[in-house]
Design a protein around this ligand. Structure first.
Ligand code: HEC
Length: 312
């Protein structure tokens, strides 16, 4: 594997790892925000129903009592839980977002409000909390309801002395209620938490919403990421191509240079050879000259001896 490929591979891996971690972070934040939105929906519903009950209890019921008299009780006019349950039932199914609202009791007047095992368990837990002197009577968490995990908010309600006339025994209740309800439960006790306002959302529907939203967001995200990675990879590719181009130019230049150096070397070699030849020639010439000098010397000696002989 050459250097260019290794560089591309490492850069690609770094890009992929970065994108993968970005996708994970975005996804978990997204999930958290959807879950928070659902919890807010549940809370708004609970508070709205509480407000309906407060309005009926504080505004409507006293006025109705003035008209009807202490012994009469018109459930549809004076019962706060009845009003809240009816208001909730009037919300179209499509706008409930799988959230349900109930006013269960462990000792209900209306059997339709009988606490389920999970509701009874939450009411008992809130009762224990109240007995321990805690002011905060809200429980939030996940519980399995009919084998399905649900996010539950339970707001405990303390029974007061003023509640007892209608919630204790048949003989104490307003005449209008005596034959309307079975009164088959043990009497309610003041100072205890025996009822609660409870909202429930199946966790499945919550995650289905997360999946729906993440699918839509995921497609957009994947498209953006693909575009971003394509741009980054294009940038890298063009840089690598540039670098490769430059490297090639350098290689070509180096090749040219080495060719030129080769030529110079050859000519230097030739010159060296020539110089060697010249030196050898010089040596020869030198030797010849030496010989000639010697011969001239000999001639000189011969001439001198001849001259000497002539003079004698
Ligand atoms: C004058 C009568 C009356 C009084 C006083 C009264 N209620 Fe009720 N309450 C009713 C009736 C009637 C129902 C049943 C409504 C229905 O059929 O849905 C009811 C139902 C409820 C329910 C739903 C569970 C159930 O038992 O069916 C809750 C919770 C509740 N009342 C809480 C209270 C609290 C808390 C007080 C005191 C602060 C109180 N009520 C005082 C008449 C009364």
């Amino acid at each position: 594997m050459n250097l260019q490929r290794m560089f591309l591979l490492i850069t690609g891996c770094i890009c992929l790892a970065t994108f993968a971690s970005i996708v994970c972070i975005v996804k978990s934040e997204f999930e958290k925000s959807i879950i928070a939105q659902y919890q807010e929906k549940a809370d708004i519903l609970l508070q709205s129903m509480k407000a309906v009950r407060a309005h009926v209890g504080v505004v409507v019921r006293p006025e109705a009592t003035k008209l009807i008299g202490k012994d009469g009780f018109v459930v549809s006019l004076q019962s706060t839980s009845f009003a809240a349950n009816k208001v909730f039932a009037a919300i179209p199914e499509t706008h409930r977002y799988a959230v349900t609202f109930r006013t269960p009791a462990t000792k209900p007047l209306n059997p339709a409000n009988t606490a389920s095992p999970v509701e009874a368990e939450r009411i008992a837990a809130l009762d224990a909390r109240h007995a321990a002197g805690e002011k905060d009577l809200v429980w939030k968490g996940v519980r399995a309801v009919d084998g399905q995990d649900c996010y539950v908010i339970a707001l405990g309600e303390v029974t007061r002395e003023s509640c007892l006339p209608c919630h204790k025994a048949r003989q104490d209740a307003p005449a209008d209620l005596r034959d309307k309800y079975p009164f088959d439960q043990p009497p309610r006790q003041a100072g205890r938490v025996e009822t609660a306002e409870i909202v429930t959302i199946p966790v499945d529907s919550l995650y289905a919403a997360v999946r729906r939203s993440s699918a839509v967001a995921g497609i957009a995200e994947a498209r953006d990421l693909a575009a971003a990675s394509r741009d980054v990879l294009r940038g890298i590719a063009s840089q690598v191509a540039d670098a490769a181009g430059r490297a090639e130019a350098i290689v070509v230049a180096a090749a040219r240079q080495s060719a030129a150096q080769g030529a110079v070397a050859t000519s230097l070699e030739a010159m060296g050879a020539e110089a060697g030849g010249a030196a050898a020639a010089m040596d020869l010439a030198d030797a010849a000259a030496g010989e000639m000098v010697e011969r001239v010397g000999n001639l000189h000696a011969l001439l001198a001896s001849l001259e000497d002989g002539g003079a004698k």
